[in-house]
Design a protein around this ligand. Structure first.
Ligand code: FAD
Length: 348
């Protein structure tokens, strides 16, 4: 059981900045994200795209913004629990919260902040005859260890960066690789697509334009994947392993079951504290809704600041929380680990 001031559900840009605002007020946070990387939509959906509406940064790449946030929160040493979804948030008798993740990590938290954006991202799944039998075994949606595929006959499905990148990596590991995509147009880096096509020309792998329509095997051992070509012919292709990379989609998931006030799958909050219908549980960023809500990173940052003040008061009832400037506050300098002389210079 990990004891902490706050658990933040979601490590998108708003969850990351929430660490900073809590840290300034002397609170420690643990972050949980269902993804294996931090950054939420910025990293998952548009890492290389420029953002133009972050104050004082006329232009900033989405991944760059996340890197800058990570740098900014370093002094507060947050703990990340990645690749696990928060599945349970329940109030205990003592008023604190039990928070449990999909892989069994347990927290005893004073408050919970939901910064879950559009929900937890999960892979788009293959739904064809036989696929349920192989899910998690011969049918996978991500590569944990490329060595698992050494010497195997594999089929990779997809036309984006993940499919192409893994094709390039696994071609040297697997016995055979066949890439299956519904069109000959790819959504991946053109240079990498060109490398895949060159490997096909060298007969080191194959590309098949078509749609997966079935999986055949026995006792969870995959024997073949059925692929319907553009001409409508169904080919039965022998394979031991199928890897599907069709991207990710967000899902509100277990959050819907935590008894919080919702409005069209978003959590309703008040705009003074960003508290949900449950005292001690807050919601910031794209996941929340209130009159005038705009799903912008900028709005999420503002919400995170007010939520931090509200949580400080919630965890320390009766104690007045004063507003202090990072420019001049010695206690904030201490928390930030900055040299007061440097701050003095900046102020001069
Ligand atoms: P998210 O970024 O969605 O992160 C939420 C995280 O929570 C995710 O990583 C998810 O995996 C995790 N999560 C969810 N549920 C759980 C759970 N139960 N357990 C564990 N983890 C969970 N905004 C701007 O301000 N300016 C722009 O220019 C801009 N451009 C954009 C361009 C595109 C193409 C897109 C798609 C969005 C753009 N946005 C822009 C919107 C911006 O990205 C979002 O407002 C922002 O990402 C919201 O941040 P967040 O931290 O609230 O949520």
């Amino acid at each position: 059981m990990i004891i902490t001031d706050v658990v933040i559900v979601g490590a998108g840009p708003v969850g990351l900045f929430q660490v900073f605002e809590l840290g300034l007020l002397g609170m420690k946070a643990h972050l949980v994200d269902s993804m294996h990387q931090v950054g939420g939509q910025c990293v998952e959906l548009y890492p290389d795209k420029p953002i133009y509406d972050i104050p004082a940064l006329p232009v900033c790449g989405a991944k760059e913004l996340v890197d800058r946030l990570l740098e900014q929160i370093k002094p507060f040493n947050p703990t990340f629990h990645l690749g696990q979804e928060v599945v349970k948030v329940a109030r205990r008798e003592d008023g604190r919260f039990d928070v449990v993740t999909s892989i069994g990590t347990q927290f005893d938290a004073g408050a919970v902040i939901i910064a879950a954006g559009l929900g937890a991202f999960e892979p788009r799944r293959l739904k064809v005859e036989g696929s349920d039998t192989f899910d998690g075994g011969a049918l996978q949606y991500r590569v944990r260890n490329p060595e698992d595929f050494r010497g195997k006959d594999i089929i990779i499905a997809g036309g984006g960066d993940s499919a192409i990148d893994w094709t390039l990596q696994l071609v040297d590991v697997a016995n055979s690789v066949i890439l299956v995509h519904r069109s000959s147009t790819f959504r991946a880096a053109p240079a990498n697509v060109a490398r895949v096509m060159a490997l096909c020309d060298e007969m080191r792998m194959q590309f098949l334009e078509g749609e997966i329509v079935g999986m055949d095997g026995e006792d969870e051992q995959l024997k073949a994947v059925r692929v319907r070509t553009k001409a409508g012919v169904v080919n039965r292709i022998e394979a031991e392993q199928l890897l599907v990379f069709w991207g990710l989609h967000p899902r509100l998931g277990p959050i819907a079951e935590w008894g919080l006030g919702l409005d069209r799958n978003q959590i309703t909050v008040d705009t003074a504290r960003f508290q949900t219908s449950e005292p001690g549980i807050y919601a910031v960023g794209d996941i929340n809704t209130y009159p005038g809500k705009k799903k912008l990173i900028l709005s999420g940052f503002h919400e995170a600041a007010l939520a931090a003040f509200a949580i400080k008061e919630y965890l320390n009832p009766g104690e007045k929380v004063y507003l202090q400037y990072t420019t001049t506050s010695p206690i904030m300098h201490k928390r930030l680990g900055v040299d007061p002389d440097i701050s003095d210079l900046a102020a001069a």
